[in-house]
Design a protein around this ligand. Sequence first.
Ligand code: HPA
Length: 345
Amino acid sequence: MSKPQLPIIADLSALPRIPDPVPSPSNEPSLDDLTLQFTQALSDIRSKLPKELQNPKVGIVCGSGLQGLAEILQDRIEVPYNEITGFGESTVRGHQSCLSFGFLGPSRTPVVAQLGRFHAYEGFPLHQVVYPIRIMKLLGCKASIITNAAGGLNEQNKVGTILTILDHISLPSMTSMNPLIGQNRETLGPRFPPMSDAYDFELRKQAFRSARELGFEKGVLKEGVYAWVAGPTYETKAEQRFLRAAGADAVGMSTVPEVIAARHAGMKVLVLSLITNIVVATPYRSAEDAVDAEVNGTTKEGEEEEKEDEVANHQEVLDASAKRADDMRALVEKIIEKSYGGEAK
Ligand code: HPA
């Protein structure tokens, strides 16, 4: 039989170009270009807003399935990303792509909500992931309230628990992926910002006061440590055990780059993570034991069948978010009312 003929590719440059999949801060625009981009973006946004919304006090980042947060904004105005210089377009199912401006709560606090965030796993460089946070800062936001859907590593927490994040572990930024790598923007913040105080204590207390006022059952709002993984793969069992042993209560693929950029720029930060799935490692099945049992004829009925391990999936995350979305909305509204409803803090 003759061998099949393979086509000979003479010119490699004729092959379709695949974009660099590794997010690298080194392909960031120069400081001058970035300053121009920021200036243009601010004017793109402000040209679409009435004066009272041009300087929002708080920036809210809406996580997976939590985009409904924007529905409670009064006199809402949406500015699509493709009308703002320097914005990308979020590619994740269940995420929109706009900044939503409006007033929140009885005191009508002006806020901006980011609907559709950029993740490293989509291939976005980190300077792009944190671009909306820097725009929020430049618009005048004093605080950033960041929400996300996360996997629960602590067996004490159930699906539907909301964690007020008090610290993070970021293996990507401890090794190579930090949005501040590259030339420092002195006008935004210092070269070496601390992160040991990243999660604002006053805002965390307001979260717990608000939960009480809203009548949340004890245990719905808790505290914990968030571990950022680059994704898009969910964790292996060994990774789950590793992160838990390192002290993480929740794991997710977002938020930490935004927290770093917000703290660098001097904004206060509150992070609320909704536990949407449980990632407590189940024991391995031993193939060796299974074969020993086969050989010895001691396999118990039903044991030959492959038992499916519970694996995380994106639909489960969206479903769990939808169930708690109203509580998250009410909580964020109450925290902002209590913290920023009166005079600017
Ligand atoms: N792992 C990582 N990210 C996630 C998870 C998870 O289990 N759930 C929601 N986001």
